[in-house]
Design a protein around this ligand. Sequence first.
Ligand code: PLP
Length: 316
Amino acid sequence: MSNEHPEFLWWNGEMRKWDDATVHVTDLGWSTVGAVFEGIRGYWNSDNQELYIFRLAEHLDRLAASTKLVRLALPYSREELTSVIAELVRLNGVQEDAYIRPLAYNANTSGKRFAQIGNESSLLINTHAMPSHLGTELTHTAKISSWMRISDNVMPPRVKNLSNYRNGQLAGFEARLDGYDTAFLLNAQGKVSEAPGACVMLMRDGKLITPDGTSSILESITRDALMILAREVLGVEVIERPVDRTELYLADEVFTCGTAAEITPVVNIDKYEIGTGQIGPVTRELGRVFEDVLRGREERFAHWRTRVESKQLATV
Ligand SMILES: *Cc1c(COP(=O)(O)O)cnc(C)c1O
């Protein structure tokens, strides 16, 4: 495997050499209007020499939901894509924490109107290294963004529709230019929605609270997993409901969560210190439980892991 990219990717039904997978320059443009994607993580367990792909079935079901909402064909079953992804990981000899990204998009859009129904669809799946930050002392500061989160009658926030991401990107730019690490976007009702590419949870009075499914959030698989782990392993009460901005300021603990974010503690919001300004005890404990699940160091949630034995191919 080269340092910059893996040797293979999967594109429209075939494993291809990375360097051979090219599109014509005129395909730039409308191809991304209507494109949807998935972000999936694989966690390497060096003791077992196995990669564990986290909740692959749920990610592939969401890919199907995303393509359905933007009226894009996805002519592959969950089973086909499961074996394609396992094979790609094996072929690339992945032996580290990795990100797996399926991207479905309108193909051959050159010279076509962007509102054309029934455009040809393409599916690309690639992998790259993505080290975990769980167990590190990473913390973020945040601001409430001046950008509002897209709402369900504007764009479908609950799926991974590529065009949605300008919204979070603008909020992220604003936050970093203003000296913060990330942002929280409020929705059209003025309630807390999420951070760019990550959901939000807060601890207050011993309860874990997270914006509900109609708060213009993405239907996050990590959020779902953490609600289950908090309830079933930590015995913490979990409440899904609309959340006010000042509840964030007064919370004992706040963190963002998602495939990329994993669990990222937020210790300061709009210059309000959250709790003690340190990583909170529930955030820390949930992080430990979550990491054991991801790395296959427990059996109770083994059904969330797709195991791939990945051997480094001997170089000739
Ligand atoms: C992917 C994503 C999340 C997190 O979802 P997971 O399924 O946990 O990865 C949250 N918000 C947005 C906008 C996302 O794209």
